[in-house]
Structure formats: C-alpha cells, structure tokens
Design a binder for this molecule. Structure first.
Ligand SMILES: [Zn+2]
Ligand SMILES: [Zn+2]
Length: 272
C-alpha cells in the first residue's frame, strides 16, 4: 500500500472560515489519516463591501498564522501542511490585500471572486429577474481585472456563479458566448505567470462538474498555461480529498502531466 493515498488537496477550509464546519486540528488530523501528501488550508479572507456577517478578518488571518505552524510540526510525518489563503475580491480593496499579503508568510494564495462589485455573493442573488448573460459578462470582466492585478498564485474556481445559476436554479448557460473574454483571462494569467485551479466541489453539488470544467482547463493548456492546482474546497473533514482523482483525470486529458505545489509562493511541480 502506498504511504500516501491522495497526492494533494490544495483548497480546503476549517472553522477559521465563516462557513467552515471542522476545526483546523480536525482537518489536519484527517488529512494525515487519509494520507494526503501535500495539503493546504486556505481559509476565506473576503474583501470588499459584502463579507459574510460572521466573517472576522483579524480572527481568520491571525488564527491561521498561529495554528498552522503547530499543526505543520505535529503532522509533519504524515502530510505536508501548506499555509494558504483564499483571498476573495482582492481587487475590491487592493491596499488591504497588499497589506495582508505583505504581513503573512503564505505558501499559497488562491485569488477568488465570490461577488462582483455592487452585488452580493452569487449564492444570494435572485436569478428570476436577472439578465444572466449580462451578470456573467460582469463576472468575467472582474476576473480579467483580477488576472491583470495578479497578486495571487492561482485563480480560484473560474465559473463559480454556475454553481448557483445552473446547479441550484437550473438555468443553462452556453459558455461559448464568453469564449473571447475567457481566452483573454487565461492569456493574462499566463502572461503574469499565474495559474488556475480545478475545484472539485461542483462534483458534490447539483452542478455536477468541476470549476472550471475540462474545456477551460484544456484551453489554458493550449494557450501555454503550466500552473495548475487541484482542490476539493472541503469545508469539513468528510469532504477532504473528494474528487481529486477526477480532477487529476481531467488535468491529464487537458494535457497536463504535472501539478504545482506552492511553498512560500514559489511553484514546484509534481508528476501526476
Ligand atoms: Zn471560493
Ligand atoms: Zn473555498
């Protein structure tokens, strides 16, 4: 039996996130039990006008900084715990984002967009009276702006709004209408040396696919992209490592034979 059962999981949350269900201790212990070779805790730090009412920026940032080194030592034999963060809406408050990134010695930063300017998280939006293509146009424009800003390592869960639009509200979207802006986002990420992730949470949800799906991953590769991570976006111990195998299969089909592991914001590559 191989010592490591699951090669990696680079996107997970604990109770330091407003929506996390399991403590950092329990998540790290479970990652060690599962034999996840490289494991990142990436708790939510959401900037801008619409953070969750339960979100306490200082408690999250300081809590991670305190607990992660202790857990790294405790489980060093069983899992490589990486000190990550999921930085939401960095472009909504660039000064604060820069300050947080300078003050914390992160291994790995996921740059995510959970809401666009003047809108709440896509989770809360009412899609009945909404021009969905127009909303998605604004979303992709913000991803492009975020890619240009580029103060992260990989862009988080591209196509995240489809979790709600298609998954929860059953509204089908033909993504081909956004091909040119998606290409521009991917080209900008590549130009800036930034990666993307395959987020497998959609496989456990009504949406039933990864964020982004295989087409976008393949396109990133075709355009010359090399930096790819895969994460479950687990918010509890039960979901740790879920879908990683499916993500690896999608990555290989898209033309990847290696995955990035970030330490102190520098990627190294492991074969898949
Ligand atoms: Zn997210
Ligand atoms: Zn997340």
């Amino acid at each position: 039996m191989p010592r490591f059962m699951i090669p990696f999981d680079f996107h997970t949350h604990c109770t330091l996130s407003f929506d996390g269900k399991s403590s950092a201790e329990d998540m790290a212990k479970r990652a060690a039990e599962l034999g996840i070779e490289h494991y990142a805790l990436t708790d939510h730090v959401d900037l801008g006008d619409f953070p969750d009412k339960d979100f306490d920026l200082e408690a999250t940032v300081n809590g991670a900084r305190e607990i992660i080194p202790a857990l790294q030592k405790e489980y060093a034999e069983s899992t490589e715990l990486l000190y990550g963060v999921e930085l939401g809406q960095g472009v909504h408050d660039k000064a604060l984002a820069e300050k947080l990134l300078a003050a914390n010695d992160y291994d790995f930063v996921i740059g995510s967009t959970h809401n666009i300017r003047d809108h709440e998280d896509f989770y809360f939006l009412d899609y009945k009276d909404t021009d969905v293509p127009e909303l998605l146009r604004l979303y992709f424009d913000e991803l492009l702006e975020t890619a240009e800003w580029g103060r992260f390592d990989v862009m988080g869960h591209i196509t995240y709004p489809l979790r709600y639009i298609t998954g929860d509200h059953g509204i089908d979207v033909d993504l081909s209408q956004f091909d040119s802006v998606i290409d521009e986002i991917l080209r900008t990420l590549i130009k800036n040396g930034r990666g993307i992730e395959i987020n497998t949470s959609g496989l456990r949800q009504k949406y039933g696919r990864t964020f982004p799906d295989a087409d976008v991953v393949r396109r990133y590769r075709e355009l010359g992209g090399e930096i790819l991570t895969i994460g479950s976006d687990a918010h509890c111990t039960d979901d740790l490592g879920k879908g990683i195998e499916v993500g690896i299969k999608a990555a290989k089909e898209a033309g990847f034979d290696r995955i990035a592991v970030f330490r102190k914001r520098v990627p190294e590559f492991v074969r898949i």
